[in-house]
Design a protein around this ligand. Sequence first.
Ligand code: XIL
Length: 318
Amino acid sequence: LQALTARARPDFLIGAAVALGPLVSDAGYANHVVGEFGALTPENAMKPQALAPRQGEYTFEEADALLDLAESRGMAVHGHTIAFTEAMPRWMQTLPTGSEEERRASAAVLLDYVTTVVTHFRGRLDSLDVVNEPFDVDQGTGLQENVWHRVFGPTYPLAVSQAVHDADPDVRQLINENGADVPGPRQDALLRLAVETNEQGGHIDGVGLQSHVYHLDTDAISAEDLATTLATFEDAGLDVRISENDVTDDEGEDVQAEQYATVLATCLRSDACVSYTTWGVDDRYDWFVDDDGDLQQGRDLLFSDDEPTPAYDAVRRV
Ligand code: XIL
């Protein structure tokens, strides 16, 4: 039994994004993954640039190794992700889209990617981010420009959803986004995208709310806002995953711990909230991008240098 369980909801799974590197090289990290968490999301191993670095060549080894581990430990697996602007290999980003004929050919290539990948993992994923970060960065509400959009137009999430469903009708389908965990235009856009995709014949079961709290002064998530958010999606018949929660310690470890506990406790009070995942395990392997776009070492997870943080204790007490 995993140490991190929700007393209020014994079936509820607390997960983490996991990377194969430290899992193999760091026994402490590996012990935390299998000893603490009931669910696993491959942090990078299932992104298109990892699975298909060259057109027509698939590299499933890392993702398969993570799934083998999860299965051997009875952990649920969340797949991440199919259509994601930021994580496509170059060949995919640059598929020709100038003419109708080119768009038709590129559509076939993209759909073949979805079919190959989802068929490969069929039966092994509980849920899957079929579209990740659809909206413009910096809190935009318009769809990001990318090859999917150029090929299929603004209803590209429908094309992805249908292709995923054809290959694996049982996997739960999510659209995952940041900055949508509190009420506002971005959340409205995410709700609309999920609802409209389904009205057009899609199979979206819910949304992932990334819930990254990189700055407590601007990104803090209040219990009230999150409860309102969960009710909004529940009213629309959509599940919610808190999919990538991490919280900065820039206002101290106590404030950090409290923010963690608030998000998890609020999630647990809503039937719509089906799972909760932290984006990483130990600060040692963590990543975030600062305001200047530089990669920074984060201190925002439940473990730091192999030791549980106050946030860990707070999450355990929920
Ligand atoms: C991040 C990973 O954590 C990093 O290791 C990688 O270098 C870049 O991507 N939102 C997402 C994730 O949906 O895929 C991102 O993961 C973090 C932000």
